[in-house]
Design a protein around this ligand. Structure first.
Ligand code: BV8
Ligand code: ZN
Length: 245
């Protein structure tokens, strides 16, 4: 299928959908200058993200893990949402609660682009959690005054409010994401390598419930063979084309 007719088909499916959902990954923020996990930018001081985003790494060396998050918070603070984020915010305005946005990203760019209902499967880099007293709060300071940062309430060690490998996803959020996948007619899957679970199980779940899967990615992924439509290219260019009214 030529890209134009594929774009036209995707637009038609989306317009005809009574319920739609989108699952986004790090690739949707790539055009905002934020490195993806498994692309070239996924390396930091020769560490792999998978080696830093774990409770074991944090227990062993909280300072180094926080240096990575502090560096990313700085990048994200200076980044701007791109046209892909804005297109999904527009889709939410058009469809209301018939549209659900699910993200694996912790950068908060969907919110900054105007999306109001965002299911954050892996948490939010702007939240901290106290490992001693459980205090949870948003903290936008960049850079943080000390690494690792300390709890204002009890002086305990803070951790980033994100879900690390080996940790369960927030239960209510995950239930809502599964419900969205089961009930949507169209699922857009944009900018994800589809290798991290359980997030990667949402597209097969949607498909089993009769949804059409539209993948938007610059590469082929393990999902590509199952998607009903694969739109190859940057999400910042493709999402506006398939969503514009
Ligand atoms: C859990 C938050 C259980 C932190 C993240 C073996 C087999 C299968 C599964 C497992 C296994 N071993 C372990 C597991 C489970 C594990 C997992 O899936 N591991 C993978 C690596 C195999 N999962 C977990 O541990 C999860 N928890 O299972 O708990 C449990 C249950 C009950 C009780 C106790 C335990 C937790 C997973 C969450 C981990 N946290 N992030 C942080 O961000 O700092 S995951 C991390 O990867 C990010 O959230 C990221 O979003 C996510 C997925 O990556 P992607 O978003 O897809 O990004 P990636 O770089 O990979 O790909 C970018 C894509 O964009 C590419 O395809 C590229 O082509 C494309 N792209 C680039 N530019 C563009 C573009 N596309 C469009 N436009 C562009 N411009
Ligand atoms: Zn505390």
């Amino acid at each position: 299928m030529t890209p134009d007719s594929a774009i036209e088909t995707a637009r038609g499916w989306l317009r005809a959908a009574s319920r739609a959902a989108a699952l986004t990954g790090a690739g949707i923020s790539a055009e905002s200058g934020i490195p993806t996990f498994r692309g070239a930018g996924g390396l930091w001081r020769n560490y792999r993200a998978e080696d830093l985003a774990t409770p074991e790494a944090f227990a062993r060396d909280p300072k180094t893990v926080w240096e990575w998050y502090d560096w990313r918070r700085g990048l994200i603070r200076d980044a701007k949402p791109n046209l892909g984020h804005y297109a999904l915010a527009q889709l939410e305005r058009r469809m209301g609660d018939r549209f659900v946005l699910i993200t694996q990203n912790v950068d908060g760019l969907h919110n900054r682009a105007g999306s109001e209902r965002v299911l954050k499967l892996h948490g939010d880099i702007w939240w901290t959690l106290c490992t001693a007293c459980g205090d949870v709060r948003s903290d936008f300071r960049v850079p943080l005054p000390e690494l690792p940062p300390r709890c204002a309430a009890c002086g305990g060690l803070l951790r980033p409010g994100v879900v690390w490998f080996g940790e369960p996803l927030p239960a209510r959020t995950w239930e809502q994401a599964e419900e969205a996948a089961r009930t949507c007619d169209v699922l857009l899957v944009a900018g994800t390598s589809a290798v991290v679970y359980p997030a990667a199980s949402l597209a097969p779940l949607a498909r089993r419930h009769g949804a059409r899967i539209i993948e938007i990615n610059t590469e082929v992924t393990p999902l590509s063979g199952e998607a009903d439509l694969c739109l190859k290219g940057p999400s910042g260019e493709i999402l506006p084309q398939i969503i514009e009214s």
